[in-house]
Design a protein around this ligand. Structure first.
Ligand SMILES: Cc1cc2nc3c(=O)[nH]c(=O)nc-3n(C[C@H](O)[C@H](O)[C@H](O)COP(=O)(O)OP(=O)(O)OC[C@H]3O[C@@H](n4cnc5c(N)ncnc54)[C@H](O)[C@@H]3O)c2cc1C
Ligand code: SF4
Length: 492
């Protein structure tokens, strides 16, 4: 810790974004980095805590606090402060194989746990992480790294999201021949076809995939395991399999009028939009278009915000977001103390863009859809909503109650359902003895990532439930290590 008073000398400079009016004209990344001088000052705000809560990833009150990858945050903060960027990259790379993804899209539970936030604002950890990896790419420090020896073992990874890529990277470095199977036409999972390009540009995903290819990982696209290739065949041809299938079954809203045309799952909307953008810059017209429509996004999380970002760029006529929760407080509530993830009111970039065009926050808080309304041709014309009250019983279980007399009609020709996911699809492992938990995620032996079939492992959203990139990377790494032990121990 070079600067003992940095946290008092400098105010936090948070992540900044391009001006909404400007950025809505394109699909480029919207976050910008401050100058190197400011980043150095921001790194100086780190207190090099004896117990660095920022790097100790855990779950408190059902939410993540600290870094699940155990990133060596105080160490690289200090190295950035001293101008030793290359060393900072080396330290960052020790724990995080893909900091360019987390530095762009992580909600930064490290900052929620940062000790500096007890007295002041947290250290801008996410920005510093991104700055280190972006500089490392610019300076050519990120090079492919061939494993020194090959073991002769073959391992198949199913799914190419962050969990699959992390597993593949670790297993390849351990000397195994890794093949990643992906049913989509591009590699990346939700990094490619979920999170909009405004957060993570495709170049950022593709350059990492290229490095993995140079290191020896093989990628097979347009191939669905369980359909195009059976799980049996995959297990016969490989010493082990890791399932990184994601949590892709969307939660539905089975209320009256659900069948009207114009109601779509968020992921169909987002992935078609990105595919059309990447394939043809929208010339193929092969996407769900919000242009000129009144749009209602149902849901309060990241996926809902991404739908808003997308609808705003498609020039929707109006936009409303139903959030089932009431407005959050401006600072931590008494029952949400540090180091829990702070549940506070935020205006995310999607809402900021809607405010820029329509002059008000698009969110209707404590609101839920009751009925979809349509015309005689089966087309959606609107949504009837009610306000809702959320309470908790003595066991902490949520109890929701509709408030009578609060019904309201909202015109809409497009509704996007972004209310969560219900676990992985099972096509890949239907013919095996693999079972599911009561949360519909793949059952694994505790801390082992091993399923009910000894040679099959599972990691990421498919095993944990819909979560974050940072958890997917960590789980992918840990599952790879468990799989490595299994194939080596069994001398297969
Ligand atoms: C819209 C959206 C926005 C998000 N934004 C953020 C964010 O800003 N920050 C953040 O940290 N997290 C975000 N998340 C969550 C994050 O993206 C996920 O937690 C993470 O991608 C999970 O990684 P994964 O590798 O487990 O699965 P995925 O990324 O879902 O990848 C799974 C892959 O498996 C493939 N697959 C499935 N079945 C088969 C099969 N049978 N054969 C072959 N391939 C198959 C799928 O096609 C997919 O490509 C977001 C999620 C969504 C939906
Ligand atoms: S908790 Fe915050 S101040 Fe302490 S070491 Fe981590 S980043 Fe630095």
């Amino acid at each position: 810790m070079g600067n003992t008073t940095g946290f008092m000398d400098y105010q936090k400079v948070p992540v900044s974004y391009r001006n909404p009016g400007e950025r809505m004209k394109d699909w480029d990344e919207i976050a910008t980095l401050p100058s190197e001088e400011i980043l150095t000052q921001q790194a100086a705000r780190c207190m090099d805590c004896a117990v660095p809560f920022c790097q100790n990833g855990s779950e408190l009150a059902g939410m993540t606090t600290g870094c699940p990858l155990y990133n060596l945050i105080p160490e690289w903060n200090d190295l950035v402060y001293r101008g030793k960027w290359k060393e900072a990259y080396v330290r960052l790379n020790r724990t995080n194989p893909f900091p360019e993804f987390t530095g762009r899209a992580c909600p930064a539970p490290c900052e929620g746990g940062c000790v500096a936030s007890l007295a002041n604002d947290s250290v801008s950890i996410k920005n510093i992480e991104r700055a280190i990896i972006d500089k490392a790419f610019e300076e050519g420090w990120v090079q492919s790294n061939q494993p020194k020896q090959r073991t002769g073992k073959r391992i198949a990874v199913v799914g190419s999201g962050p969990a699959g890529l992390a597993s593949a990277s670790v297993l390849n470095q351990q000397g195994h021949q890794v093949t990643v199977y992906e049913r989509a036409d591009r590699i990346g999972g939700l990094l490619t076809y979920g999170i909009p390009k405004t957060k993570i540009s495709q170049i950022v995903v593709d350059r990492r995939v290229q490095l993995l290819e140079e290191e020896g990982v093989q990628f097979v696209t347009n191939t669905e395991i369980g359909k195009d290739v059976s799980m049996n065949q995959l297990r016969t041809e490989n010493d082990a399999v890791i399932l990184c299938l994601g949590s892709t079954r969307p939660r539905d809203m089975n209320i009256p009028g659900r069948n009207y045309k114009g109601i779509h799952f968020a992921m169909d909307y987002l992935s078609q939009n990105t595919k059309s953008l990447l394939d043809s810059n929208f010339a193929d017209d092969n996407y769900i278009n919000a242009e000129g429509k009144d749009v209602i996004v149902i849901g309060g999380g990241d996926t809902a915000t991404d739908c808003i970002t997308t609808a705003m760029r498609q020039n929707c006529r109006s936009l409303v977001q139903f959030d089932i929760y009431p407005t959050r407080p401006n600072s931590r509530a008494a029952d949400n103390p540090w180091p829990q993830f702070p549940i506070i009111h935020k205006v995310d970039n999607g809402q900021e863009e809607a405010m820029h065009i329509f002059g008000k926050d698009p969110r209707a808080f404590a609101t839920t859809a009751q009925t979809f309304v349509g015309d005689e041709n089966g087309h959606l014309t609107g949504v009837k909503s009610s306000n809702i009250e959320t309470n908790f019983d003595e066991k902490g279980k949520k109890i929701r109650k509709v408030i009578q007399g609060t019904e309201k009609f909202w015109p809409a020709q497009l509704v996007l359902l972004a209310i969560g996911f219900e676990g992985p699809e099972t096509t890949a492992f239907d013919q095996t003895n693999i079972t599911l938990t009561n949360r519909a995620t793949i059952q694994v032996k505790e801390d082992m990532y091993q399923t009910d079939e000894d040679d099959v492992f599972a990691a990421g959203d498919a095993q944990k439930g819909a979560s974050l990139i940072v958890w997917a990377i960590q789980e992918g790494k840990e599952a790879a290590n468990a799989c490595h032990e299994y194939v080596m121990r069994n001398g297969l």
